[in-house]
Structure formats: structure tokens, C-alpha cells
Design a protein around this ligand. Structure first.
Ligand SMILES: Nc1ncnc2c1ncn2[C@@H]1O[C@H](COP(=O)(O)OP(=O)(O)OP(=O)(O)O)[C@@H](O)[C@H]1O
Length: 591
């Protein structure tokens, strides 16, 4: 024998309140939505029918209840049984069970949200040509349907909520006004709380000209708390979408997901919806109204489907188009924008050729010839030589400039990847990554005779810094004013880090690190003394062993500092002792 499911209403309400809806306040949204849908249904047959929803809070009803009246289609007695008393049954789906396009509701559960704040729901309703019916539903699952004592004078429905003992505050006038404004201020019907109109202003992005610009500026400030850098119009006809994106006037954290305000058929869906714009567009927050995108059952987010994917892409295109237009029209504003949002634009340029060209043409990068765009750099020097790390640039920038070697600092976020992608969009572009150790190939070796004569000095110098794991070499290079450079390539820098860690860990880990740290001699960092520097030349001629050691230690320390290298405890100690030692010698000399 077939049986019918029984529903424990308390269990269902518990499920809704704890797992579907974020807050009991959604009851206002669901009531509004039902009233608007009923009006839409009536007007589809009678376009001149009144369109009005009125909330009467308890201070007006006088008996502690909240009343919501609409001028919608109303329900016949048969429909009351069919729709109000059957969970999951909705008049807003077609014969095949699909949501009907004109309506906000579709799931047939919205009215139950009233049980989050009420023990009893009364629906007094009258459909065209039918008598008025009173339905009473209780939170424990009982309901009754009776002919009403008095006929409603007009077609429509009045829903009355009798509050639960602990939920009276949700029905108070102040709360109701706030919630009706929040959800319903853009609705295309007249909504009032008591006699206070809540709707009427229309979509904020309607109109044209200066007045509209000003209005949108204050709207953004009210909503998001900032004066927008610019406002971008959005429109995606396939999603029935219109709206605006407000460009932030301050840098945004790309990791902090910006929430967007989404209206669905002019009813607020979410104040902080994610995933409306592509991730890279973290510099904008938008407000949109859509007729075609679908809500999730909780109506608090958009349902992820192909249409949402396509819409996101189309909105991304519109923001990108705005940016390209800004580049063509107002380069000063574009530079201001890049100054604030270069991270977002660069992230986009990683995948987008047009954007990469924009970055190449407009974004000034640090070089050892001053800040300049990659386009200017290429025009002047052809080959784009770059360091992949800021520290590497600091080490070699000045010396490379003195050698006539222009270098771009591509150590900031995304810059290396962008330069490495340049040849993809500009087939003729030449790029070359430089490492500090590459620089030594640009240094001049000494004359063989000098080289030979300086061997004893080099041996003494090497002894001074041997325990620090570095190799001393003597070369001639510009600028002559620079006495020494410390050059570490990537593997040497890694080995140095391992050594520093090794000094702080216990034996077991030290062995592991030792195994990792076995590097060739050629990977050792180099202390390159500049034979063109007069002081270095004098040091190479010193007879006093002790003074040679102190001087080489001093040059080592200074080269570390100049190159912005991290100082290990051993380096700091050496810097200290060489300084004091040299000072001691100088003072002794005076004596
Ligand atoms: N004010 C109203 N006027 C006329 N009919 C109404 C009214 N409120 C509710 N109904 C009827 O009750 C049905 C169930 O309403 P309910 O709010 O539970 O679900 P829904 O609006 O159909 O879908 P959703 O769960 O998405 O809101 C509606 O489909 C509608 O037929």
C-alpha cells in the first residue's frame, strides 16, 4: 500500500533556521517576495491592477502582531490547500516544474521562514470571483482553513504573524523599516511601512550626466564607505543585468575577497556576494541587478552555473575595456590608477596580452638608470636585462650601471613573470636574466705579472675570510670608488641560508642540512676586491699581516652592507672586531 510522507514541521523549521538562512531577518524578504509575486501574477492578466504592499507593525495593529497586505492575485480555497499547506509546492513553477521567469520565488518553502519569528501565521486571502478564506498555520504543524468572518473589500492577501515569545524584537517597527528598506528599496511596486514609503527612487544608476555622477558617488560612499576613483557602467543582456562597478580609491588586498551587492529582479539578494567579478578585478566593487541569474535556495548567494561563468567573464571584459579607454584618453588618470592598483593589473597581464602591453607601455619600473617603462627601456637599450630579486638588483645595480649595463629590477611581485612573457606578445623582444655572479665576467682580469705578484696577498686575504665560506678574488672594474663587492648567485645564497640555519639547529638537523649544503667551490660567494680602487691597491701592498686581515675583514663587512645581504651572527661579530681592531691601530698610530 502506498503511503504519504509525514513532515515534522518543527524539524523543518529548525533545519531552515540553523542550516539554510543566516538570520531570522529573511522572513521580511520572503513576505515581500510573495507579495510582489502575487502582484506580478495579477498584473499579468490585468496590467492596471494596483501594485501596493503595506507593512503594519505591532504598534499599529495594537495586538502584538505584524500585518502585511498586498494587492496581488490572492488565493482560492483550493489553492490555499494546495500551496500554503504543502511544503515545497509553489504556484511559481510551470507544468514541468521549472521556475517561472517572472517570479522571485520558486522553491515553495519561503513562507516557512516566518516560523523563525512566529508561532502562528494567518493568511486572509481573496482571489477574483472567490470568497475570502482564512488559513491559520501553527509552528507545530497544525493548520486550518475556514471561510473568513468578513469579506476582504479587495482582491489580495493579508499575512499576519503572531510573534514567538522570544522573537518579538524582529517584528518591531524600527526593525521592520530597516529590513524592508534593505531588501525592498529598489522594488518596482509601492512598498510602505505604515504610511512611510520605502520604494520609489528607482535604480541608482538610472539617468545620465553630472547629477547621476554625483548621485552615484554619494551612493557608493553610503554603501561601501569610499568615494570611488571612477564608476564603470555594467550591462550583460544575456543575464538581464545592469549595474555599476565602483573603482576603489585605495589599494585593495587581493586575498581579501570583495563582496558585491546583488539584486535579483530588484530584490536584494546579497550584500557581500563573491564571485561576481573575476578574481583579478579586486580593485572594484559592484552593485548589480539581474533578472536571469539564479539564486541558491537560501537566496543569499548566486548559483554557480554556466550563465554566472559567462556573466563574470563579460563583466571582466567591461572593466578591462574601461581601463583600455582610460589609457587612450587620460594617461595622467591611468598612472594614478596604476599607482593604486598595479598589483591587480599585473595579475591580469600575466594572462592577458592587451593588459601586458598596457603594463609595458605605462608602468614605470625601477632600473639602474632611474624609473622607466619597459617600452622606453627597450627603445633605449634593446635588450631587457633584469634581476629576478630585489636584493640581487641592490647588489649589482650601481656597478652594472658603471659598466654601461642597464638592468631592470624585476624583483617585485609579478615583474619577472611579466618580462618573461614579453616575447610572447612582442615577438622581437629580447630579454636576459642576470645574476650577480654574471657580473664578474664583465670585470677585467689583472695583468699576469700583477696577478703573480699579488698571490701572497690573496693567500693572506683568503685566510681572513675562509671560515665565512667565501672566496677572495682581485679584479679591476668601475666605479673605481667602490673597493669591494660581495657576489652570491642563487645557489650560493641558498647555501648561505642553509649555513645560517645550521648554526641555530641541533645535531640531527645539522647533519641533514650539511648533506644539502654540499656545494661546489664555484658556487661559493665571491668577495671581489677592486684593484682600480686606490685604497685596495694600498692594502695589497701592506706588510703587516694583522693589518691585512683587519682590512680584508672590513672590506668584506662593508660589501655585505652595501649589497643588502643578510648578516649572520658570524658576519656581525667580524664586522665589529675588524672595526675595533682598525680603530685600535689608528689610535696606536697617533700615540
Ligand atoms: N501573498 C501571497 N499572495 C498570494 N499567494 C501567496 C502569497 N504568499 C504565498 N502564496 C502562495 O503560497 C505558495 C508558497 O509560498 P512560499 O513563499 O512558501 O514559496 P514560493 O514563494 O513559491 O517559493 P520560495 O520558497 O522560493 O519563496 C506560493 O507559491 C504562492 O502560491
Amino acid at each position: 500500500m502506498d503511503r504519504t510522507f509525514q513532515v515534522d514541521l518543527r524539524g523543518v523549521v529548525d533545519l531552515l533556521s540553523h542550516h539554510l538562512y543566516a538570520s531570522p531577518r529573511v522572513y521580511v524578504r520572503e513576505l515581500l517576495q510573495n507579495a510582489v509575486d502575487a502582484i506580478t501574477a495579477r498584473r499579468s492578466a490585468d496590467p492596471d491592477a494596483p501594485a501596493r504592499v503595506r507593512f503594519e507593525p505591532p504598534d499599529l495593529t495594537g495586538d502584538g502582531t505584524l500585518r502585511v497586505s498586498d494587492t496581488g492575485v490572492g488565493l482560492t480555497e483550493a489553492q490555499v490547500h494546495q500551496f500554503l499547506a504543502t511544503i515545497g509546492r509553489s504556484s511559481k513553477r510551470d507544468d514541468f516544474g521549472f521556475a517561472r521567469h517572472d517570479f522571485l520565488g520558486q522553491f515553495g518553502i519561503g513562507l516557512l521562514s516566518c516560523f523563525l519569528v512566529a508561532d502562528e501565521i494567518r493568511v486572509l486571502t481573496r482571489a477574483e470571483g472567490s470568497p475570502t478564506v482564512l488559513w491559520r498555520g501553527f509552528a507545530d504543524g497544525r493548520y486550518s482553513v475556514v471561510p473568513a468572518d468578513t469579506e476582504r473589500s479587495e482582491v489580495g492577501t493579508t499575512v499576519t504573524l503572531v510573534p514567538r515569545r522570544d522573537a518579538e524584537q524582529w517584528l518591531l517597527r524600527r526593525t521592520v523599516v530597516e529590513l524592508v528598506e534593505l531588501y525592498g528599496s529598489l522594488l518596482p511596486v509601492t512598498v510602505e511601512v505604515d504610511d512611510l514609503p520605502v520604494t520609489g527612487a528607482g535604480l541608482p544608476w538610472q539617468g545620465t550626466g553630472e547629477a547621476r555622477r554625483q548621485r552615484l558617488g554619494s551612493y557608493c560612499q553610503e554603501l561601501f564607505g569610499f568615494v570611488p576613483f571612477d564608476v564603470v557602467d555594467l550591462s550583460v543582456p544575456a543575464a538581464g543585468l545592469t549595474g555599476v562597478a565602483f573603482v576603489l580609491p585605495m589599494p585593495a588586498n587581493p586575498a581579501a575577497r570583495a563582496g558585491h551587492r546583488v539584486y535579483l529582479k530588484r530584490m536584494l539578494l546579497a550584500e557581500g556576494a563573491e564571485g561576481v567579478l573575476p578574481d583579478w578585478a579586486f580593485f572594484a566593487r559592484c552593485v548589480i541587478d539581474t533578472t536571469e541569474l539564479r539564486p541558491t535556495a537560501s537566496r543569499e548567494a548566486l548559483y554557480e552555473d554556466q550563465l554566472l561563468d559567462d556573466t563574470r567573464e563579460a563583466l571582466g571584459d567591461q572593466l578591462r575595456g574601461w581601463l583600455m579607454r582610460l589609457a587612450g584618453r587620460d594617461s595622467r588618470r591611468l598612472l594614478e590608477f596604476l599607482d593604486i592598483h598595479h598589483l591587480g593589473v599585473k595579475a591580469l597581464a600575466l594572462h592577458d596580452d592587451e593588459m601586458l602591453r598596457l603594463v609595458e607601455r605605462w608602468w614605470p619600473m625601477e632600473t639602474n638608470n632611474g624609473r622607466m617603462t619597459l617600452a622606453d627601456f627597450r627603445a633605449q637599450h634593446g635588450l631587457v636585462r633584469y634581476t629576478a630579486q630585489v636584493d640581487e638588483f641592490r647588489q649589482i645595480g650601481a656597478v652594472a650601471a658603471a659598466q654601461g649595463m642597464p638592468v631592470v629590477n624585476a624583483g617585485y611581485t609579478y615583474d619577472t613573470q611579466l618580462i618573461e612573457r614579453l616575447p610572447v606578445v612582442e615577438p622581437g623582444a629580447l630579454i636576459e636574466r642576470v645574476e650577480p655572479s654574471d657580473l664578474s665576467t664583465h670585470f677585467d682580469a689583472l695583468e699576469p705579472a700583477v696577478e703573480l705578484a699579488k698571490r701572497p696577498f690573496l693567500a693572506r686575504a683568503q685566510r681572513a675570510v675562509d671560515r665565512l665560506g667565501c672566496e677572495v678574488v682581485l679584479r679591476s672594474y668601475d666605479p673605481a670608488a667602490m673597493p669591494a663587492m660581495y657576489l652570491a648567485n642563487r645557489s650560493a645564497a641558498f647555501a648561505a641560508e642553509l649555513r645560517a640555519t645550521r648554526e641555530r639547529v641541533d645535531e640531527v638537523w645539522a647533519d641533514v642540512l650539511d648533506a644539502l649544503a654540499r656545494t661546489d667551490d664555484q658556487d661559493r660567494p665571491q668577495l671581489v676586491l677592486n684593484y682600480r680602487n686606490p685604497l685596495v691597491r694600498r692594502i695589497t701592498e701592506l706588510a703587516d699581516d694583522d693589518l691585512v686581515r683587519l682590512s680584508v675583514e672590513g672590506l668584506y663587512g662593508q660589501a655585505l652592507l652595501l649589497g643588502h645581504h643578510p648578516l649572520r651572527p658570524a658576519d656581525a661579530a667580524l664586522l665589529n672586531s675588524s672595526f675595533l681592531g682598525l680603530l685600535n691601530k689608528a689610535v696606536a698610530h697617533e700615540d
